[in-house]
Design a protein around this ligand. Structure first.
Ligand SMILES: Cc1cc2nc3c(=O)[nH]c(=O)nc-3n(C[C@H](O)[C@H](O)[C@H](O)COP(=O)(O)OP(=O)(O)OC[C@H]3O[C@@H](n4cnc5c(N)ncnc54)[C@H](O)[C@@H]3O)c2cc1C
Length: 366
């Protein structure tokens, strides 16, 4: 059977695209290599703007029923002890990927998308003119359009220029007991990285740090490197938190480059096109939003009202217009926050002139 669209990767952007396209009546195949539910590396902080997208995707009631933790307040600390606090411009949510991803995957299935878990995509070939062939661990499939939503880095990226460049960023996440942080996201800088703490639906605290790979050298416990303990506010939290042995995920080679919106005629959505630095807490909203940008263009292309070249041009233009500056600003504040003196000065400035902190928060999100 020839599908209208094959979507590679059943994370946020892939499921979101599958839901919207299946809802419009197209024949969709959604391929995910893992079997849900699964713990994924993420801060699990869903920014305010996600609520509206969840409503459009028809999962907001289910998210509330799971008991996503409401978050209204952000606290940032520097290694020196400088602190900046800010109210969020609405209600954000703490929800584990263990719950969220399968919820979206099942929603796509309920709307008629053909959803296959445990299916690894090995190769994609073809183009708009002759159609696409997608080779997987579960057989071969064909389609008119392929949306690549396979995330930060995958074997499928081996020929893309960003994959040839090494990235020094490593990250770790765990779910922890021993402390309550109701309604608050905390972001603690330490030399070479930062750590986010916020509550999720289980009542546990999600601990997620990202740092330069050099912080792992010589650390006694390689999950929580010594550098984290240099920030006294974070050290105080870590003294109370107990990480669950069942939920520990790590990732390396995390890239914040702009990776390109197309590889040949394969359209890239979510992290596959580019990821904002985690400090902004907006990667999931961006992944969901990139699917919203792609879907109407895919639809017009399939209906014959948009040529393939206009599809490519318009997706690229719309994506760059919406995300390019945010990604650059995200990289700048990430770089500043991991350097103790700059983090201290920046937080002091934000405390003295809260409008600056407010401007940064506004401009790193949609
Ligand atoms: C340390 C860290 C913390 C973060 N914290 C936050 C946060 O608190 N809030 C926030 O909004 N964002 C956060 N983000 C960003 C956020 O996690 C991502 O931007 C978001 O998950 C992107 O969604 P996606 O759909 O593009 O990719 P993903 O959600 O990663 O989905 C990609 C999917 O593709 C599948 N896949 C890969 N290769 C194949 C293949 N060959 N065949 C089939 N399937 C395949 C994968 O299994 C995966 O399920 C964080 C990122 C990092 C690195």
């Amino acid at each position: 059977m020839m599908y209208d669209v094959i979507i590679v990767g059943g994370g946020l952007s892939g499921c979101s695209a599958a839901i919207q396209l299946a809802d419009r009546g197209y024949k969709i195949l959604l391929l995910e290599q893992q079997k849900y539910p699964v713990h994924k590396l993420c801060g699990e902080f869903l920014s305010v703007e996600v609520i509206e997208i969840f409503e459009t995707l028809g999962i907001l009631d289910a998210v509330n029923a799971i008991g996503a933790h409401p978050i209204h307040h952000a606290v940032l600390t520097a290694t020196s002890g400088a602190t900046f606090e800010h109210s969020l411009p609405g209600t954000a949510l703490g929800l584990s990927r263990y719950q969220l991803d399968p919820l979206l995957f099942k929603r796509a299935e309920s709307l008629g998308a053909d959803c296959k878990e445990g299916t690894v995509v090995r190769e994609i070939s073809g183009d708009f003119a002759s159609g696409f062939r997608v080779m997987t661990s579960g057989g071969e499939f064909t389609s008119c359009v392929v949306l690549a939503a396979h995330g930060k880095r995958s074997a499928l990226d081996s020929n893309r220029p960003f994959a040839a460049r090494k990235s020094p960023w490593v990250a770790f996440k765990s779910h922890c007991d021993g402390l309550d942080l109701p309604g608050t996201i905390e972001l603690h800088a330490f030399p070479g990285g930062y750590c986010g703490l916020s509550m999720i639906e289980t009542g546990q605290v999600n601990l997620c740090w990202i740092g330069h790979e050099t912080i792992l050298q010589g650390s006694a416990d390689r999950n929580l490197p010594d550098a984290l303990y240099e920030n006294p506010a974070l050290r105080d939290r870590l003294d109370h938190l107990v990480c669950s042995p069942a939920v520990r995920t790590r990732l390396s080679q995390i890239s914040f480059e702009l990776k390109g919106n197309f590889d040949g005629d394969i359209c890239m959505i979510g992290d596959t096109a580019g990821m904002i630095t985690p400090l902004c807490g907006d990667g999931m909203a961006m992944a969901l939003r990139s699917a919203e940008i792609a879907v109407p263009l895919v639809s017009d292309y399939l209906d014959g009202t948009l040529s393939s070249s206009r599809f490519k041009q318009q997706y690229q233009r719309n994506w760059q217009r919406e995300f390019r500056l945010r990604l650059q600003l995200g990289r700048m504040i990430h770089t500043a926050f991991i350097q103790p003196k700059i983090a201290q000065a920046s937080l002091n400035i934000c405390r003295s002139v809260p409008a600056i902190g407010h401007w940064i928060i506004q401009n790193t999100r949609g």
